[in-house]
Design a protein. Structure first.
Lengths: 286, 132
Protein backbone atom coordinates (compact mmCIF):
# COMPACT_ATOMS: atom_id res chain seq x y z
CA UNK A 1 0.00 0.00 0.00
CA UNK A 2 1.36 3.38 -0.95
CA UNK A 3 0.99 5.85 1.87
CA UNK A 4 2.08 9.44 1.44
CA UNK A 5 3.80 10.16 4.73
CA UNK A 6 2.90 13.88 4.63
CA UNK A 7 -0.83 13.62 4.17
CA UNK A 8 -1.25 10.05 5.40
CA UNK A 9 -3.59 9.52 2.45
CA UNK A 10 -3.62 6.58 0.16
CA UNK A 11 -1.80 7.45 -3.04
CA UNK A 12 -3.25 4.76 -5.25
CA UNK A 13 -6.78 5.81 -6.15
CA UNK A 14 -7.91 9.34 -6.92
CA UNK A 15 -5.29 11.33 -4.99
CA UNK A 16 -1.90 12.58 -6.03
CA UNK A 17 -0.83 14.31 -9.23
CA UNK A 18 -3.22 14.40 -12.20
CA UNK A 19 -2.58 14.48 -15.95
CA UNK A 20 -4.95 15.65 -18.67
CA UNK A 21 -3.72 15.40 -22.26
CA UNK A 22 -5.35 18.10 -24.40
CA UNK A 23 -3.83 17.58 -27.83
CA UNK A 24 -1.35 15.30 -29.54
CA UNK A 25 0.17 15.96 -32.96
CA UNK A 26 3.15 14.18 -34.59
CA UNK A 27 5.49 16.78 -33.09
CA UNK A 28 3.68 18.29 -30.11
CA UNK A 29 1.82 17.24 -26.99
CA UNK A 30 -0.22 19.64 -24.85
CA UNK A 31 -1.16 18.56 -21.35
CA UNK A 32 -2.05 19.85 -17.90
CA UNK A 33 -0.23 18.56 -14.85
CA UNK A 34 -2.12 19.36 -11.66
CA UNK A 35 -2.23 18.72 -7.93
CA UNK A 36 1.55 18.71 -7.60
CA UNK A 37 4.30 21.12 -6.62
CA UNK A 38 5.97 23.73 -8.83
CA UNK A 39 9.34 22.05 -8.15
CA UNK A 40 8.09 18.74 -9.61
CA UNK A 41 6.69 20.43 -12.73
CA UNK A 42 9.87 22.43 -13.20
CA UNK A 43 12.13 19.39 -12.71
CA UNK A 44 10.14 17.61 -15.43
CA UNK A 45 10.55 20.63 -17.73
CA UNK A 46 14.30 20.81 -17.12
CA UNK A 47 14.84 17.07 -17.70
CA UNK A 48 12.83 17.08 -20.94
CA UNK A 49 15.10 19.78 -22.33
CA UNK A 50 18.48 18.74 -20.99
CA UNK A 51 18.59 15.07 -19.99
CA UNK A 52 16.55 12.93 -22.37
CA UNK A 53 19.16 11.25 -24.60
CA UNK A 54 18.99 11.43 -28.40
CA UNK A 55 21.35 10.70 -31.28
CA UNK A 56 23.16 13.48 -33.15
CA UNK A 57 26.15 13.74 -35.46
CA UNK A 58 29.18 14.45 -33.28
CA UNK A 59 32.34 13.75 -35.29
CA UNK A 60 32.75 14.67 -38.95
CA UNK A 61 35.57 13.54 -41.20
CA UNK A 62 35.92 15.51 -44.45
CA UNK A 63 37.40 13.46 -47.28
CA UNK A 64 36.69 16.14 -49.86
CA UNK A 65 35.05 19.53 -49.63
CA UNK A 66 35.26 21.80 -52.65
CA UNK A 67 32.10 23.73 -51.77
CA UNK A 68 32.25 27.40 -50.80
CA UNK A 69 31.43 26.47 -47.19
CA UNK A 70 34.14 25.83 -44.61
CA UNK A 71 34.45 22.31 -43.11
CA UNK A 72 33.51 23.41 -39.58
CA UNK A 73 30.46 25.28 -40.90
CA UNK A 74 29.12 22.12 -42.57
CA UNK A 75 30.06 20.00 -39.53
CA UNK A 76 28.01 22.30 -37.33
CA UNK A 77 24.99 22.07 -39.66
CA UNK A 78 25.23 18.27 -39.72
CA UNK A 79 25.26 18.19 -35.92
CA UNK A 80 21.98 20.07 -35.73
CA UNK A 81 20.03 17.69 -38.02
CA UNK A 82 17.37 15.83 -35.97
CA UNK A 83 17.93 12.07 -36.13
CA UNK A 84 15.23 9.58 -35.16
CA UNK A 85 16.43 8.39 -31.78
CA UNK A 86 14.33 5.40 -30.72
CA UNK A 87 17.59 3.44 -30.74
CA UNK A 88 19.24 5.81 -28.25
CA UNK A 89 18.09 3.61 -25.35
CA UNK A 90 20.06 0.67 -26.80
CA UNK A 91 23.18 2.68 -27.59
CA UNK A 92 26.10 3.24 -25.20
CA UNK A 93 27.30 6.70 -24.34
CA UNK A 94 30.86 7.28 -25.51
CA UNK A 95 32.16 7.14 -21.92
CA UNK A 96 30.36 3.82 -21.31
CA UNK A 97 32.18 2.16 -24.20
CA UNK A 98 35.69 0.74 -24.02
CA UNK A 99 36.20 0.97 -27.78
CA UNK A 100 38.54 3.35 -29.58
CA UNK A 101 37.65 5.57 -31.28
CA UNK A 102 34.11 4.23 -31.93
CA UNK A 103 32.13 1.03 -32.53
CA UNK A 104 28.58 0.04 -33.44
CA UNK A 105 27.63 -0.25 -29.77
CA UNK A 106 28.06 3.50 -29.30
CA UNK A 107 27.93 5.04 -32.79
CA UNK A 108 26.04 5.17 -36.05
CA UNK A 109 27.95 6.03 -39.22
CA UNK A 110 26.57 8.42 -41.81
CA UNK A 111 28.09 9.17 -45.17
CA UNK A 112 27.38 11.98 -47.57
CA UNK A 113 28.75 11.74 -51.10
CA UNK A 114 27.48 14.38 -53.49
CA UNK A 115 28.82 16.17 -56.55
CA UNK A 116 27.14 18.69 -58.80
CA UNK A 117 27.14 17.93 -62.52
CA UNK A 118 24.39 20.26 -63.69
CA UNK A 119 24.62 23.90 -64.74
CA UNK A 120 22.20 24.84 -61.98
CA UNK A 121 23.09 24.93 -58.32
CA UNK A 122 22.46 21.63 -56.53
CA UNK A 123 20.90 21.55 -53.09
CA UNK A 124 22.13 18.94 -50.61
CA UNK A 125 19.53 17.81 -48.07
CA UNK A 126 19.55 15.64 -44.97
CA UNK A 127 17.85 12.92 -47.05
CA UNK A 128 21.15 12.56 -48.97
CA UNK A 129 22.78 11.19 -45.81
CA UNK A 130 23.27 7.41 -45.90
CA UNK A 131 23.05 5.70 -42.52
CA UNK A 132 24.81 2.48 -41.48
CA UNK A 133 21.72 1.53 -39.43
CA UNK A 134 18.26 1.29 -41.01
CA UNK A 135 16.62 2.19 -37.67
CA UNK A 136 18.62 5.41 -37.29
CA UNK A 137 17.70 7.91 -40.01
CA UNK A 138 17.41 11.69 -40.24
CA UNK A 139 13.92 12.83 -39.28
CA UNK A 140 11.91 14.07 -42.27
CA UNK A 141 8.88 16.24 -41.71
CA UNK A 142 5.93 15.06 -43.87
CA UNK A 143 5.42 18.66 -45.07
CA UNK A 144 9.04 18.93 -46.19
CA UNK A 145 9.98 15.65 -47.85
CA UNK A 146 13.49 16.66 -48.90
CA UNK A 147 14.58 17.21 -45.31
CA UNK A 148 16.91 19.88 -44.01
CA UNK A 149 19.04 21.87 -46.44
CA UNK A 150 22.73 21.31 -45.65
CA UNK A 151 24.59 23.09 -48.49
CA UNK A 152 24.36 24.23 -52.11
CA UNK A 153 26.86 23.11 -54.76
CA UNK A 154 27.85 24.69 -58.07
CA UNK A 155 28.91 22.70 -61.13
CA UNK A 156 32.03 20.67 -60.38
CA UNK A 157 31.88 21.08 -56.63
CA UNK A 158 31.99 17.98 -54.44
CA UNK A 159 31.36 16.98 -50.86
CA UNK A 160 32.52 13.65 -49.40
CA UNK A 161 31.94 13.27 -45.69
CA UNK A 162 31.95 10.50 -43.08
CA UNK A 163 30.02 11.46 -39.96
CA UNK A 164 29.73 9.63 -36.66
CA UNK A 165 26.51 10.09 -34.74
CA UNK A 166 26.53 9.43 -31.00
CA UNK A 167 24.19 9.36 -28.06
CA UNK A 168 24.15 12.45 -25.88
CA UNK A 169 22.00 14.87 -23.91
CA UNK A 170 21.11 18.54 -24.22
CA UNK A 171 23.19 19.17 -21.11
CA UNK A 172 26.32 18.60 -23.16
CA UNK A 173 25.22 20.30 -26.39
CA UNK A 174 21.84 21.70 -27.50
CA UNK A 175 21.96 19.53 -30.66
CA UNK A 176 21.04 16.55 -28.43
CA UNK A 177 17.99 18.28 -26.92
CA UNK A 178 14.86 16.36 -28.04
CA UNK A 179 12.59 19.42 -27.85
CA UNK A 180 12.67 22.66 -29.76
CA UNK A 181 10.83 24.16 -26.85
CA UNK A 182 8.73 23.43 -23.80
CA UNK A 183 5.92 25.90 -23.18
CA UNK A 184 5.36 26.04 -19.44
CA UNK A 185 2.76 28.19 -17.72
CA UNK A 186 0.83 28.41 -14.46
CA UNK A 187 -1.51 30.87 -12.75
CA UNK A 188 -2.76 32.65 -15.93
CA UNK A 189 -4.49 35.40 -13.91
CA UNK A 190 -1.38 36.09 -11.84
CA UNK A 191 -3.33 35.62 -8.61
CA UNK A 192 -0.14 34.49 -6.88
CA UNK A 193 1.69 37.67 -7.97
CA UNK A 194 4.75 35.69 -9.08
CA UNK A 195 5.15 38.30 -11.79
CA UNK A 196 4.65 42.05 -12.02
CA UNK A 197 3.13 43.47 -15.20
CA UNK A 198 4.81 46.65 -16.32
CA UNK A 199 2.14 49.17 -17.35
CA UNK A 200 1.44 52.78 -18.33
CA UNK A 201 -1.95 53.25 -16.63
CA UNK A 202 -3.81 49.99 -16.21
CA UNK A 203 -2.08 46.61 -16.50
CA UNK A 204 -5.37 44.82 -17.21
CA UNK A 205 -6.11 47.00 -20.26
CA UNK A 206 -2.58 46.85 -21.61
CA UNK A 207 -1.80 43.14 -21.25
CA UNK A 208 -3.73 40.51 -23.25
CA UNK A 209 -5.06 37.54 -21.28
CA UNK A 210 -3.22 34.25 -21.66
CA UNK A 211 -4.88 31.57 -23.80
CA UNK A 212 -4.95 29.46 -20.63
CA UNK A 213 -7.01 32.10 -18.77
CA UNK A 214 -10.27 30.29 -19.63
CA UNK A 215 -9.06 27.27 -17.66
CA UNK A 216 -9.17 29.05 -14.30
CA UNK A 217 -11.71 31.44 -12.73
CA UNK A 218 -10.71 35.09 -12.90
CA UNK A 219 -10.21 36.76 -9.51
CA UNK A 220 -12.95 39.06 -8.30
CA UNK A 221 -12.02 42.74 -7.94
CA UNK A 222 -12.57 42.68 -4.18
CA UNK A 223 -10.80 39.37 -3.66
CA UNK A 224 -8.10 39.66 -0.97
CA UNK A 225 -4.59 38.46 -1.82
CA UNK A 226 -4.09 34.89 -0.61
CA UNK A 227 -0.43 34.90 0.41
CA UNK A 228 -0.54 31.19 1.28
CA UNK A 229 -1.77 30.05 -2.14
CA UNK A 230 0.48 27.81 -4.19
CA UNK A 231 0.46 27.05 -7.92
CA UNK A 232 -1.30 23.77 -8.65
CA UNK A 233 -2.04 23.57 -12.37
CA UNK A 234 0.80 23.54 -14.87
CA UNK A 235 0.16 23.93 -18.60
CA UNK A 236 2.74 22.21 -20.79
CA UNK A 237 3.28 22.07 -24.53
CA UNK A 238 6.24 19.93 -25.54
CA UNK A 239 7.44 20.43 -29.11
CA UNK A 240 9.74 17.75 -30.49
CA UNK A 241 12.57 18.30 -32.98
CA UNK A 242 11.45 15.01 -34.55
CA UNK A 243 14.12 12.97 -32.80
CA UNK A 244 11.53 11.38 -30.48
CA UNK A 245 7.72 11.43 -30.42
CA UNK A 246 6.63 14.20 -28.03
CA UNK A 247 4.88 11.81 -25.63
CA UNK A 248 8.00 9.65 -25.49
CA UNK A 249 9.98 12.72 -24.42
CA UNK A 250 7.64 13.10 -21.43
CA UNK A 251 7.72 9.45 -20.34
CA UNK A 252 11.49 9.15 -20.85
CA UNK A 253 12.05 12.37 -18.88
CA UNK A 254 10.08 10.88 -15.98
CA UNK A 255 12.22 7.73 -16.24
CA UNK A 256 15.44 9.75 -16.20
CA UNK A 257 14.29 11.72 -13.15
CA UNK A 258 13.25 8.53 -11.32
CA UNK A 259 16.58 6.86 -12.10
CA UNK A 260 18.42 9.89 -10.70
CA UNK A 261 16.42 9.70 -7.46
CA UNK A 262 16.80 5.90 -7.28
CA UNK A 263 20.58 6.29 -7.49
CA UNK A 264 20.56 8.89 -4.69
CA UNK A 265 18.30 6.60 -2.64
CA UNK A 266 20.63 3.64 -3.17
CA UNK A 267 23.71 5.62 -2.11
CA UNK A 268 21.92 7.10 0.93
CA UNK A 269 20.95 3.56 1.96
CA UNK A 270 24.62 2.57 1.78
CA UNK A 271 25.64 5.54 3.95
CA UNK A 272 22.91 4.70 6.48
CA UNK A 273 24.07 1.09 6.67
CA UNK A 274 27.70 2.11 7.16
CA UNK A 275 26.74 4.53 9.95
CA UNK A 276 24.34 2.10 11.64
CA UNK A 277 21.33 4.31 10.94
CA UNK A 278 17.93 3.04 9.72
CA UNK A 279 17.80 2.11 6.02
CA UNK A 280 14.52 3.16 4.40
CA UNK A 281 13.54 0.43 1.94
CA UNK A 282 12.22 1.61 -1.44
CA UNK A 283 8.44 1.39 -1.83
CA UNK A 284 8.52 2.17 -5.56
CA UNK A 285 9.47 0.09 -8.53
CA UNK A 286 11.36 1.50 -11.46
CA UNK B 1 45.52 25.15 -26.03
CA UNK B 2 42.56 26.15 -23.98
CA UNK B 3 41.57 26.12 -20.35
CA UNK B 4 37.94 25.21 -21.04
CA UNK B 5 36.70 22.52 -18.64
CA UNK B 6 36.20 19.11 -20.26
CA UNK B 7 32.57 18.75 -21.28
CA UNK B 8 32.10 15.33 -19.61
CA UNK B 9 32.73 16.95 -16.22
CA UNK B 10 29.04 17.94 -16.34
CA UNK B 11 27.73 14.38 -16.04
CA UNK B 12 30.55 11.86 -15.54
CA UNK B 13 31.24 10.88 -11.94
CA UNK B 14 35.02 10.24 -11.72
CA UNK B 15 36.30 6.93 -10.26
CA UNK B 16 36.57 6.98 -6.49
CA UNK B 17 34.25 9.97 -6.04
CA UNK B 18 31.08 9.33 -4.05
CA UNK B 19 27.72 10.38 -5.50
CA UNK B 20 26.52 11.59 -2.10
CA UNK B 21 28.54 12.61 0.98
CA UNK B 22 26.91 13.45 4.29
CA UNK B 23 28.67 15.95 6.54
CA UNK B 24 27.09 16.19 9.98
CA UNK B 25 27.05 19.60 11.56
CA UNK B 26 29.21 19.97 14.67
CA UNK B 27 27.31 23.05 15.84
CA UNK B 28 23.63 22.31 15.24
CA UNK B 29 21.86 19.16 16.48
CA UNK B 30 20.20 16.94 13.85
CA UNK B 31 21.67 18.91 10.98
CA UNK B 32 23.64 17.70 7.96
CA UNK B 33 24.90 18.90 4.62
CA UNK B 34 24.53 16.45 1.74
CA UNK B 35 26.94 16.99 -1.11
CA UNK B 36 25.41 15.62 -4.34
CA UNK B 37 28.01 15.21 -7.07
CA UNK B 38 27.06 15.81 -10.76
CA UNK B 39 23.62 17.19 -9.98
CA UNK B 40 22.12 20.65 -10.44
CA UNK B 41 18.97 22.71 -9.74
CA UNK B 42 16.81 19.91 -11.21
CA UNK B 43 17.39 17.68 -8.20
CA UNK B 44 18.46 20.37 -5.72
CA UNK B 45 15.24 22.36 -5.92
CA UNK B 46 13.08 19.24 -6.20
CA UNK B 47 14.50 17.78 -2.97
CA UNK B 48 14.46 21.08 -1.12
CA UNK B 49 10.78 21.69 -1.92
CA UNK B 50 9.79 18.12 -0.99
CA UNK B 51 11.70 18.37 2.32
CA UNK B 52 10.05 21.68 3.21
CA UNK B 53 6.63 20.00 2.98
CA UNK B 54 7.69 17.44 5.61
CA UNK B 55 6.63 18.45 9.15
CA UNK B 56 9.78 16.81 10.60
CA UNK B 57 12.01 19.21 8.68
CA UNK B 58 13.08 22.38 10.50
CA UNK B 59 15.34 23.69 7.77
CA UNK B 60 16.05 22.73 4.16
CA UNK B 61 18.00 24.68 1.59
CA UNK B 62 20.36 24.03 -1.30
CA UNK B 63 23.03 25.81 -3.28
CA UNK B 64 25.26 25.19 -6.24
CA UNK B 65 28.54 26.39 -4.75
CA UNK B 66 30.04 27.40 -8.10
CA UNK B 67 28.58 27.47 -11.62
CA UNK B 68 31.59 25.54 -12.99
CA UNK B 69 31.42 22.84 -10.27
CA UNK B 70 28.65 20.43 -11.09
CA UNK B 71 27.52 19.67 -7.58
CA UNK B 72 24.82 20.65 -5.12
CA UNK B 73 24.96 21.18 -1.36
CA UNK B 74 21.71 20.34 0.41
CA UNK B 75 21.45 21.53 4.00
CA UNK B 76 18.91 19.85 6.23
CA UNK B 77 17.88 20.07 9.87
CA UNK B 78 15.21 17.82 11.36
CA UNK B 79 13.35 17.34 14.64
CA UNK B 80 15.06 15.31 17.38
CA UNK B 81 12.98 12.13 16.90
CA UNK B 82 14.60 11.38 13.52
CA UNK B 83 17.76 12.18 11.55
CA UNK B 84 18.48 14.11 8.34
CA UNK B 85 19.63 10.89 6.64
CA UNK B 86 16.39 9.07 7.44
CA UNK B 87 14.19 11.99 6.42
CA UNK B 88 16.04 12.43 3.13
CA UNK B 89 15.66 8.72 2.34
CA UNK B 90 11.93 8.90 3.08
CA UNK B 91 11.40 12.00 0.96
CA UNK B 92 13.40 10.67 -2.00
CA UNK B 93 11.20 7.61 -1.71
CA UNK B 94 7.94 9.58 -1.77
CA UNK B 95 9.15 11.70 -4.71
CA UNK B 96 9.82 8.50 -6.62
CA UNK B 97 6.28 7.34 -5.96
CA UNK B 98 4.86 10.68 -7.06
CA UNK B 99 6.82 10.62 -10.32
CA UNK B 100 5.84 6.99 -10.89
CA UNK B 101 2.22 7.99 -10.51
CA UNK B 102 2.62 10.90 -12.95
CA UNK B 103 4.13 8.50 -15.48
CA UNK B 104 1.38 5.92 -15.00
CA UNK B 105 -1.35 8.56 -15.37
CA UNK B 106 0.33 10.08 -18.42
CA UNK B 107 0.42 6.66 -20.08
CA UNK B 108 -3.24 6.04 -19.20
CA UNK B 109 -4.18 9.38 -20.71
CA UNK B 110 -2.21 8.52 -23.86
CA UNK B 111 -4.13 5.27 -24.30
CA UNK B 112 -7.40 7.11 -23.77
CA UNK B 113 -6.40 9.87 -26.18
CA UNK B 114 -5.35 7.38 -28.88
CA UNK B 115 -8.73 5.64 -28.58
CA UNK B 116 -10.80 8.82 -28.74
CA UNK B 117 -9.03 10.70 -31.52
CA UNK B 118 -9.34 9.48 -35.05
CA UNK B 119 -8.56 10.64 -38.56
CA UNK B 120 -11.25 11.88 -41.00
CA UNK B 121 -10.40 8.66 -42.90
CA UNK B 122 -11.45 6.61 -39.91
CA UNK B 123 -7.86 5.60 -39.17
CA UNK B 124 -7.14 5.51 -35.45
CA UNK B 125 -4.70 8.27 -34.62
CA UNK B 126 -1.63 6.93 -32.93
CA UNK B 127 1.02 9.04 -31.33
CA UNK B 128 3.82 7.15 -33.08
CA UNK B 129 2.41 7.52 -36.61
CA UNK B 130 5.18 9.71 -37.93
CA UNK B 131 7.82 7.26 -36.75
CA UNK B 132 6.61 3.92 -38.10
ZN1 LIG C 1 31.92 1.93 -28.67
Amino acid sequence: MNIDHHSGLSFTEAGGPQIAIKEVTPTTVTFVLSNTDLSVANALRRVMIAEVPTIAIDLVDFELNTTVLADEFIAHRLGLIPIISHQAVHLNYRHECTCSPYCEECSVLFSLDVSCQSENAMSVYSTHLVSSSPAVQPYVDPANEKGVLIAKLRKGQQLHVKAIARKGTGKEHAKWAPCTGVAFEYDPHNKLRHTTYWHEEDARKEWPLSAKAVEEPAPRDDEPFDYKAKPERFYFTVESTGALPPTTIVTQALDVLMRKLAEVHRVLGGIAEAQGEPVVQPTYNL
Amino acid sequence: MSNAPAIHEIYLLPDGVDKVVETKSTKIPNASTFHLEKEDHTLGNLLRAELLRNPKVLFAGYKMPHPLDHSVDLKLQTTADTSPLTVLQEDVNSLMRELGLIKKRFENEMTLHNMQSSDPNGMPYTVDRAYS
